[in-house]
Design a binder for this molecule. Structure first.
Ligand code: AMP
Length: 168
């Protein structure tokens, strides 16, 4: 975990003043660190049928774990990006609203879904993704994150077990 931790770059005041952005691109750029992170995530995956990756960095780690575990990957995206029939879930942000969508026909009812994202911050995004998958008739068995920003308390919003490789 020390190599993974060492490859997380802190960017103050991005994307706006007061936010300390945890940039995982140095981890992706280091083949050994990316491999270790993928292996560590896959080791915590448990039993599941499909991975759901959250836009956009959740796609990168989700795809790596899907490859490693020979499972399929579905994409949970911001509105208007997916071309086929979608179902969506609207949720509140600190200011305003947002929405996540997935392709209805890529997610079979009853599927056991492993949710993957890079960072758990306030938990609003992961909570919305869990509700979206649930509304599609599937079940999130576990949520995996590379980084958890523990002070923001996102874990308390999750209704499924979650595992983070690094807590900052
Ligand atoms: P939240 O809904 O607050 O848990 O935010 C989670 C989503 O926003 C994840 O998809 C992250 O990629 C991104 N995110 C939120 N805060 C940060 C941060 N400080 N550094 C990097 N990514 C973040």
């Amino acid at each position: 975990m020390e190599l993974i931790r060492a490859r997380i770059r802190d960017i103050p005041d991005f994307p706006k003043p007061g936010i300390l952005f945890r940039d995982l691109t140095p981890l992706l750029a280091d083949g050994e660190a990316f491999h270790l992170a993928t292996e560590a995530l896959a080791a915590q995956a448990g039993e599941f049928d499909l991975i759901a990756g959250i836009e956009a960095r959740g796609f990168v780690f989700g795809a790596a774990v899907a490859h490693r575990t020979r499972r399929g990957l579905i994409l949970i995206r911001k509105p208007g990006k997916l071309p086929a029939e979608t179902i969506g879930f609207d949720y509140g942000l600190e200011y305003g609203r947002d929405r996540l969508e997935l392709h209805r026909h890529d997610l079979p009812a009853g599927a056991r879904v492993l949710l993957v994202d890079d960072v758990l911050a306030t938990g609003g995004t992961a909570e919305a993704a869990i509700r979206l998958v649930t509304s599609a008739g599937a079940k999130v068995t576990r949520a995996l994150f590379v980084v958890e920003l523990a002070d923001l308390g996102g874990a308390s919003r999750l209704t499924v077990p979650h595992i983070s490789l690094v807590r900052l």
